[in-house]
Design a protein around this ligand. Structure first.
Ligand code: CP
Length: 306
């Protein structure tokens, strides 16, 4: 059983809970490969997906996970809502909960927004990404996908390459990987690596070729231009030249590595199309696995409440 009624981040999740979610997700993945993909596990549970920031994968993946579990779902996007008339986050959520909603899945641009809600409301909360802070279900589906390829992650070498500074995926992955005993190396321009990040027991490199040669898997992150108020590198062209990964670089390596990306990809910037679509890439497996992992999270949180 999960110890917390919420999934707010990986920082406060212990390794036992990570493995419980992964094990449960494996069972749901098996269900998703059957002709009848739906189970009645969350019948009579109502879930609101409230998204204050854009999303394709996470929003659809949660919605599908909920439908596969037979939950009732409602979807809320900040655009077109009364948030635009000045309603507060807490008022918005309390109004949604007044309609007898049991669980909230929330994406918000402000770091800590789901943690704030958890202090003020009774429903279960799942963080679907809070600003540059955490994206726990992404790290869990990345763990699931890595375990499928590499087995136990203890001692495995995982590189996270790109815009670490603005990435909630990086932080949640660092927590998840370190809890499982993996070695983690961050790689990118020094302007996009947070100061003092080594305190999380990770290595830092600014050399992509040697990082690719070192790792068993490379998780490549998007350059998040929408979060960059100042210039962190001279141009996208220069970034791509020094930190972009193409298929030839992967084929030159002495061993096969696994190539990951949480999406959306900036094709031609952090990854060339021939790398993103190569046999090294498990990018679409990550998306597939996201549904099973989110089913596991919702099921385990709902089981805790009942
Ligand atoms: N990986 C991810 O969070 O993608 P979306 O922003 O499309 O949800």
């Amino acid at each position: 059983m999960l110890k917390s009624p919420h999934l707010l981040g990986i920082k406060d999740l212990d390794e036992e809970s990570i493995q419980l979610i992964v094990k449960t997700a494996r069972e749901f993945k098996e269900v998703l490969n059957r002709p009848i993909k739906k189970v009645p596990s969350l019948r009579d549970v109502t879930i609101a997906n409230i998204f204050f920031e854009n999303s394709t994968r996470t929003r659809l993946s949660f919605e599908l996970a909920e439908k596969r579990l037979s939950a009732d779902t409602i979807n809320f996007s900040a655009s077109g809502s009364s948030v635009k008339k000045g309603e507060t986050l807490l008022d918005t959520v309390n109004n949604i909960l007044a309609m007898k909603v049991d669980m909230i899945v929330m994406r918000h641009a402000s770091p800590g927004a789901p943690h704030y809600l958890a202090k003020h409301i009774k429903a279960n909360i799942v963080n679907a990404g809070d600003g540059t802070h955490e994206h726990p279900t992404q790290a869990l589906l990345d763990t699931f996908s890595l375990q499928e390829k590499l087995g136990d992650l203890a001692g495995k070498k995982i590189a996270i390459i790109g815009d670490i500074l603005h990435s909630r995926v990086a932080l949640s992955n660092i927590y998840a990987l370190k809890k499982q005993g993996a070695e983690v190396r961050l790689c990118g321009p020094s302007t996009l690596i947070p100061k003092h990040i080594q305190s999380l027991d990770v290595e830092v490199s600014h050399d992509v070729k040697s990082t690719l040669a070192w790792c068993d898997a490379a998780n490549v992150l998007r350059i998040q231009l929408e979060r960059q108020q100042i210039k962190y590198f001279p141009s996208l062209r220069e970034y791509s030249q020094f930190f972009g990964i193409n298929r030839a670089m992967l084929e030159e390596l002495p061993k096969e590595i696994v190539l990951m990306h949480p999406g959306p990809i900036n094709r031609g910037v952090e990854l060339s199309s021939d790398a993103a679509d190569s046999p090294h890439s498990i990018i679409l497996d990550q998306v597939e696995n996201g549904v099973a992992v989110r089913m596991a999270v919702l099921y385990l949180l709902a089981s805790r409440a009942s």
